[in-house]
Design a protein around this ligand. Structure first.
Ligand SMILES: NC(=O)c1ccc[n+]([C@@H]2O[C@H](COP(=O)([O-])OP(=O)(O)OC[C@H]3O[C@@H](n4cnc5c(N)ncnc54)[C@H](O)[C@@H]3O)[C@@H](O)[C@H]2O)c1
Length: 156
């Protein structure tokens, strides 16, 4: 089982990576390899299996294609700029949270394989709730369609 964590240098990415290392297995299979990808160098993690650290900028489709070509069984997509930053910087929010996520889904789709993509579901939950209550913000407008797109590509 090959696992990729995009945004592996972030708060959740690092916690998730350590948790997976402790568990050693996922979806009934042993984890044989993990890659932490981020726009900055993620802190290295020691494990009983190889853990690579690679640079990627999800806003750049070529950079994403190169990463995804490694063919993973499970991809966690946690790379993003968080809400305050995305509200302040419209272009960065669009390029990373919307188009960046889209690049990952499209790169997976182009490969024709179907790794499981796990995409920060709490954000979706918040987005659904806020949209229902008509509290629409630029941050949520980018989160919501990316989750819809993930479901189309990934069916789960
Ligand atoms: N922290 C929370 O409590 C929380 C709660 C709900 C949802 N989320 C969502 O989970 C995701 C991760 O949150 P976090 O708290 O780990 O955030 P974080 O800011 O700690 O981590 C995000 C990571 O994404 C990386 N990144 C930013 N732009 C990138 C790019 N262009 N290419 C590649 N990597 C890039 C950053 O360098 C960072 O390491 C976000 O989408 C966030 O909205 C977080």
């Amino acid at each position: 089982m090959k696992v990729l964590i995009i945004g592996g240098g972030g708060v959740i990415g690092q916690k998730l990576a350590r948790k997976l290392v402790d568990r050693g297995h996922l979806r009934g299979a042993d984890i044989a390899h993990m890659t932490l990808a981020d726009v900055v160098n993620p802190a290295p993690i020691t494990a009983g299996f190889p853990v690579d650290v690679v640079r990627v900028d999800i806003a750049d489709r070529a950079s994403v294609d190169k990463l995804i070509a490694g063919r993973y069984d499970v991809i966690y997509l946690l790379a993003a700029i968080v809400s305050a930053h995305a509200e302040e910087d419209f272009d960065a929010g669009m390029n990373i949270n919307l188009f960046g996520s889209y690049h990952v889904f499209e790169a997976v789709r182009a490969l024709g394989t179907k790794p499981v993509i796990v995409f920060h579901p709490l954000s979706l939950f918040m987005a659904e709730r806020c949209l229902t209550r008509l509290r629409i913000t630029p941050f949520l407008i980018r989160k919501h369609p990316t989750e819809r797109k993930r479901r189309l590509v990934n069916c789960c």
